[in-house]
Design a protein around this ligand. Structure first.
Ligand SMILES: Nc1nc(=O)n([C@H]2C[C@H](O)[C@@H](COP(=O)(O)O)O2)cc1CO
Ligand SMILES: [Zn+2]
Length: 159
């Protein structure tokens, strides 16, 4: 038996990271993957503008006049994964490359997802993350950080 196969955690985080690569955000690319108790993927997403809101016409700026930044327009990876999901998310877990913000935390809790596996926590000191953790703790949604994973997507195709 091969010893170097991926664990479930590495597999689903790998898929979240691959999804993040679809994001057009020049600053922060985020990917999310929702998995049910049978280890089946039931939702996937990355951060981007809503359907019909063109990447050419909407701004990716971070600073300046609020309406000229990305913040009022962008759909977060977790929101897209929930909205794209196929059914009841009760008891599911969420793999996400960046810790969820306070808005996403509300949707995660209300959808029934009960575990979050995240990679980066680069905004840990912001009010958004503090509010997020406060709600997740109160709601009993657990979260744990995964260290870096070395997933090589190069496959050796043997005859
Ligand atoms: N968990 C998250 N999921 C996300 O999809 N995002 C998105 C929103 C923005 O497009 C980008 C953050 O931009 P910036 O403030 O690092 O330039 O990542 C942000 C967070 C952070 O809480
Ligand atoms: Zn969010």
């Amino acid at each position: 038996m091969r010893e170097t196969y991926l664990s479930w955690d590495e597999y689903f985080m790998g898929i979240a990271l691959l999804s993040a690569m679809r994001s057009k955000d020049p600053q922060t690319q985020v990917g999310a993957c929702i998995v049910n108790k049978k280890n089946r993927i039931v939702g996937i997403g990355y951060n981007g503008f809503p359907r019909g809101c063109s990447d050419q016409e909407f701004p990716w700026e971070r600073e300046g006049d609020f309406l000229k930044t990305k913040y009022p327009y962008v759909v977060h990876a977790e929101q897209n994964a929930i909205l794209n999901s196929t059914g009841n998310l009760s008891g599911c877990r969420l793999y996400v490359s960046l810790f969820p913000c306070h808005e996403c935390a509300k949707y995660i809790i209300q959808s029934g997802i009960d575990e979050i596996i995240f990679m980066s926590d680069k905004y840990a000191n912001t009010d958004s993350t503090l509010a997020s953790k406060r709600m997740l703790d109160a709601a009993g949604v657990t979260y744990r950080q995964m260290g870096t994973i070395a997933v090589s997507i190069q496959l050796e195709l043997k005859e």
